[in-house]
Design a protein around this ligand. Structure first.
Ligand code: HEC
Length: 130
C-alpha cells in the first residue's frame, strides 16, 4: 500500500518535470493575458504599447517594422530564444543579472514572472506564433 503511494507520487513528480520541460502552450496562452495589454500576436495585427510578437522566437530583438524601440533594445544584439526570453520576462533581478544594469534603458515595464513553470509555458506559447 505504502509502496503504491510512493510510486504514484514519484510518477507524478516525473510527469511534472517532463511537462514543465516541454512547456504547456495552452497554459502559456492563459498566462499571456499578462502581456496582452501591451502586445498583439497576430501577423497582421498592429503594434500596441509594445511591438507585436508574431514569429518572435528565433527573431533578432528590435526589428519589427513600424515600431519605435528604445535604443537599448534596438542595439542590444539579442536573439530571442528560450534563454533570452526567460531572462527578459523574469523578475527584474534576473533580468538585470542576465542583461546587465543598462537593461533599465529599455522600455518594457513589467514586474516579471517568478514561477519558472509559467515562464516555460509562456515561451511554449510564443513558439506557436508562426
Ligand atoms: C506595460 C506594457 C508591457 C507588458 C505588460 C509587456 N510588455 Fe513586452 N514590451 C513592451 C514594450 C514597450 C517593449 C519595447 C521595449 C523597448 O523598446 O525597449 C516590449 C518588448 C518586448 C519584447 C521584444 C520584442 C522585439 O521585437 O524585440 C518581447 C519578446 C516582449 N516584450 C515580450 C513580452 C511578454 C512575453 C510579456 C508578458 C509576460 C510582455 N512582453 C509584457 C511592453 C510590455
Amino acid at each position: 500500500m505504502k509502496t503504491k503511494i510512493l510510486l504514484t507520487s514519484l510518477l507524478g513528480v516525473t510527469f511534472l518535470f517532463s511537462s514543465a520541460f516541454a512547456g504547456d502552450a495552452k497554459n502559456g496562452k492563459k498566462i499571456f493575458k499578462k502581456c496582452a495589454a501591451c502586445h498583439n500576436v497576430a501577423s497582421t495585427a498592429k503594434h500596441k504599447t509594445g511591438p507585436k510578437l508574431w514569429n518572435i522566437v528565433g527573431a533578432k530583438a528590435g526589428i519589427q517594422e513600424g515600431y519605435r524601440y528604445s535604443n537599448w533594445l534596438k542595439s542590444s544584439g539579442i536573439e530571442w530564444n528560450d534563454e533570452t526570453l526567460a531572462a527578459w520576462i523574469g523578475t527584474n533581478k534576473e533580468k538585470t543579472k542576465y542583461f546587465g544594469k543598462d537593461v533599465r534603458k529599455s522600455r518594457m515595464i513589467f514586474a516579471g514572472l517568478r514561477k519558472k513553470e509559467q515562464i516555460v509555458d509562456l515561451i511554449a506559447y510564443l513558439k506557436t506564433l508562426k
